[in-house]
Design a protein around this ligand. Structure first.
Ligand code: ARG
Length: 246
């Protein structure tokens, strides 16, 4: 460019300004990641992310529109303006951070293992799964996909579009293990007692953040301060206890 944008230019273009003008916060997420983004019995999208987005929209005094978006298209959707932000249990990593900006982490998770009960005594950690005789499943394009390729490169990897299809393979006897984020696996194993074993020691470090388009300091400033506020005033703890402690 020929010059630098002024503060008023930046604010004109800020997604936050667009949200206020429109009177609606448009959020991309993908339902299917318990307990962050999922469908209840009525078919509504609910979860920890949804509740954070709801309180945030309320603080902005705007409506909230949840836009269910397939995982492999969720960053492109943000970049092409289909939503103002992504809150979808997204791990902050360098590869993604080259394309989008992230807020400060709102929670930290890590990868764990849902194991076939048949391997109870044979497999104690992800290291034991790094063997060509094992079949592992996970979700395409998730950090579990990258982690499995990195730490269990010898195993056969089968990728699925949704986490539920991938996890079901273990129950059906088509896979030895499903690798995924701890909170999902904790809930899944409690819903499928005796059908899977949860090896619940995380072997990766994964801070989750909200993603926004680059070049938008005004929006990022609002979101980070909003997160700091709810962490301090009890709102965050209330929502955390609602979704993570049963
Ligand atoms: N934390 C993992 C990642 O960033 C999984 C997130 C999946 N989120 C979802 N809404 N399906 O890759």
């Amino acid at each position: 460019g020929t010059g630098s944008a002024s503060a008023t230019d930046l604010w004109e273009q800020s997604a936050l300004n667009q949200v206020l003008q429109r009177g609606e916060l448009q959020v991309c997420l993908e339902a299917g990641y318990m307990p962050f983004d999922m469908r209840n019995k009525k078919g509504d999208i609910v979860g920890f992310d949804v509740d954070i987005a709801k309180t945030m929209a309320k603080a902005m005094d705007v409506k909230l529109d949840l836009r269910n978006t397939a995982w492999d298209g969720i960053i492109p959707a943000l970049l092409t303006g289909k939503c103002d932000l992504i809150i979808s249990g997204m791990t902050i990593n360098p590869e993604r951070n080259l394309k989008v900006n992230f807020t400060d982490p709102y929670i930290v998770v890590g990868q764990t293992i849902l194991l076939s009960p048949a391997l109870k005594d044979k497999v104690k950690s992800y290291k034991d799964l790094n063997d060509e005789k094992y079949r592992i499943t996970t979700k395409l394009g998730a950090t579990s996909d990258y982690a499995t390729k990195k730490y269990m490169s010898k195993a056969k990897l089968n990728l699925f579009e949704t986490e539920s299809e991938a996890a079901l393979e273990v129950i059906n006897g088509n896979a030895d293990a499903f690798i995924y984020d701890l909170p999902y696996n904790a809930i899944y194993s409690s819903q499928n007692v005796g059908k899977v074993i949860h090896l619940d020691q995380s072997f990766t470090y994964e801070p989750l953040g909200m993603a926004v388009r680059k070049g938008d300091p005004d929006f990022l400033n609002f979101l980070n301060n909003y997160l700091a506020q709810i962490k301090g005033d009890g709102t965050y703890d209330k929502l955390y206890n609602k979704w993570f402690v049963s």
